[in-house]
Design a binder for this molecule. Structure first.
Ligand code: FES
Length: 181
């Protein structure tokens, strides 16, 4: 039997059962990201950031690819993902709302505000509404301490949040606007 010496001498196992779209395309993208960064020192975090930027979360299938290329274990990669709150292991909703729970925002009533948010959306932190419109995340300081309670929606930070302001925001995010000409 001929041996193909161009191929790397390692076996790569991929977990693909969490993928619903073009599985090969997703894996190709993950491979491309990992191979473009893996030689840099401390490559794991930049790889995870790039993958989350690309997919909105870290698909399970990425863990095996990363572990293989970095000569690490799936448990180690998984450990890093779960250590950093920033990384998501599940596909987020259409909009991600992050609520600051740090001290300055707490002093400005964020606990009460949080209660309203959870009731309004019917979900807790790290959950997504059943219609997959909104995911809720906790963060610890958004650098907007003087005007808390603060939240971030996508890349926009909003301060002085109140229950009424939040309800208006949810309406805006979830209302489909028709453009009349
Ligand atoms: S403490 Fe909430 S933005 Fe800094």
């Amino acid at each position: 039997m001929a041996v193909d010496t161009d191929k790397p001498a390692m076996t790569v196992f991929y977990k693909v059962d969490d993928m619903d779209e073009t599985q090969t395309g997703v894996l190709d993208t993950i491979e491309a990201i990992v191979t473009s960064i893996k030689h840099k020192p401390g490559a794991l975090l930049p790889i995870l950031h790039r993958i989350q930027d690309q997919f909105g979360y870290i698909p399970d299938a990425a863990i095996g690819v990363i572990a293989t290329h970095l000569r690490s274990t799936a448990a180690d990669v998984h450990g890093v993902i779960s250590f950093y709150h920033y990384f998501r292991s599940e596909k987020p909703g259409k909009h991600v709302i992050e609520i600051c729970r740090a001290e300055a925002c707490q002093a400005q009533g964020c606990r009460e505000f949080e209660r309203h948010v959870r009731e309004k959306l019917g979900i807790d932190f790290d959950q997504t509404t059943p219609n997959r419109d909104i995911s809720l995340k906790a963060v610890y300081c958004l650098g907007n301490c003087a005007t808390g309670p603060s939240i971030r929606v996508g890349d926009k930070i909003k301060g002085r949040m109140s229950p009424a302001k939040f309800d208006r925001l949810v309406d805006e995010l979830t209302t489909f606007k028709l453009e009349l000409k």
